[in-house]
Design a protein around this ligand. Structure first.
Ligand code: PBG
Ligand code: ZN
Length: 347
């Protein structure tokens, strides 16, 4: 054909500089992207509902449910409602729940954190009695229970480290006694994992695991959570105990210390601003690694989706997949229930 001749004379033997022989004949990465079946086979990261942990906020009483404006789709629940919610999560195949409590009353020492009649222990007992195929994790901190909203006790205007440890230990022991499979200290106080391990063992709870919030940055992305948990500090901020967001080596040191103190699993938080840490931690530690996809990360997605600027489902799954690709085994996420539904539909 004429066009063939023209083409040939236009391009004599000279090679096209934009297409080397190698590119033409050997390296064609697109071969494994040609069909949905090929893409599914070649997929490196698979998200599964069992690796997701749903946060639950519990308050005292019965049949109570207070929607949380800053975290759409979530509510503060009384223990009976929380059990109902956990049952739905278990049916969806979600791996676990992480409990935060809102006490009836607060004091400067956060003593209600260890109250065996508080909403967290009550919910834990209900979960244990129900025998759901779901891991119960109890957050261990004082900020929801102290009048000043800090994660430890305050002495002379400072968050005192060692005087806070017995309060955290008492709370952890109360949760283990109520049936928590895992306790998750989140105060970022030095030595909290060692103290809690020793306290649990001394109380006979040698089988209760510790998921350490090991690398927790002082992030502005926790704002919606603090509204949900009524835990905003009344003065100052958390920068004297949580990590400077600029620091990665310091974060790895915190992870190493918590592993040495006896943590059974390590958490990094927030998730999407710590993908570098997840990748480095994955290389360094053989313990399970968790990432907390925090309230502010979801708030940005919810707000954009509400405006029609982002596809909530597509972006949500993309974010969770990236967190696993970076190295997380488990993800604490407000999207747990939705993601489990989306994943079931994909299969
Ligand atoms: C408090 C705690 C916080 C979160 C989990 N535990 C907030 C904080 O440090 O003020 C944040 C979770 C989220 O933003 O979803 N110990
Ligand atoms: Zn706290």
């Amino acid at each position: 054909m004429i066009t063939d001749l023209v083409t040939r004379s236009d391009h004599p033997a000279a090679p096209d500089p934009t297409r080397s022989d190698l590119a033409d004949h050997r390296h064609r990465p697109r071969r494994l992207r040609r069909s949905p079946a090929l893409r599914r086979l070649a997929r490196e990261t698979r998200l599964h509902p069992a690796q997701l942990i749903a946060p639950l906020f519990v308050l005292p009483g019965r049949d109570r449910e207070e929607p949380i404006a800053s975290v759409p789709g979530h509510a503060r629940l009384s223990p009976d409602r929380a059990l109902r919610r956990a049952t739905e999560l278990a049916e969806l195949g979600v791996g676990g729940v992480l409990l935060f409590g809102l006490p009836a009353a607060k004091d400067p020492e956060g003593r209600a954190a260890a109250d065996p009649d508080g909403p967290v222990p009550e919910t834990l007992r209900r979960l244990r009695d129900a025998g759901l195929p779901l891991v119960s994790v109890a957050d261990v901190c004082l900020c929801e229970y102290t009048t000043h909203g800090h994660c430890g006790v305050v002495v002379g205007g400072e968050i005192a480290n060692d005087p806070s440890l017995p309060r955290l230990v008492e709370a952890a022991v109360a949760y283990a006694t109520a049936g928590a499979d895992v306790v998750a200290p989140s105060a970022m106080l030095d030595g909290q994992v060692a103290a809690i391990r020793a306290g649990l063992d001394a109380a006979g709870h040698t089988g209760t695991a510790i998921l350490a919030y090991a690398s927790k940055h002082a992030s502005a992305l926790y704002a919606p959570f603090r509204e949900a948990a009524d835990s905003a500090p009344a003065f100052g901020d958390r920068r004297s105990y949580q990590l400077d967001p600029a620091n990665g080596r310091a974060a790895l040191r915190e992870l190493a210390l918590d592993a040495a103190e006896g943590a059974d699993a390590l958490m990094v938080k927030p998730a999407l601003t710590s993908l570098d840490l997840l990748a480095r931690a994955r290389e360094r530690f053989d313990l399970p690694l968790a990432a907390y996809h925090v309230s502010g990360e979801v708030a940005m997605l919810e707000a954009a989706a509400e405006r029609g600027w982002l596809d909530r489902r597509a972006v949500g799954l993309e974010q969770l997949t990236a967190i696993v690709r970076a190295g997380a085994d488990w993800i604490v996420t407000y999207l747990a229930a939705d993601a489990a539904r989306w994943l079931a539909e994909e299969r």
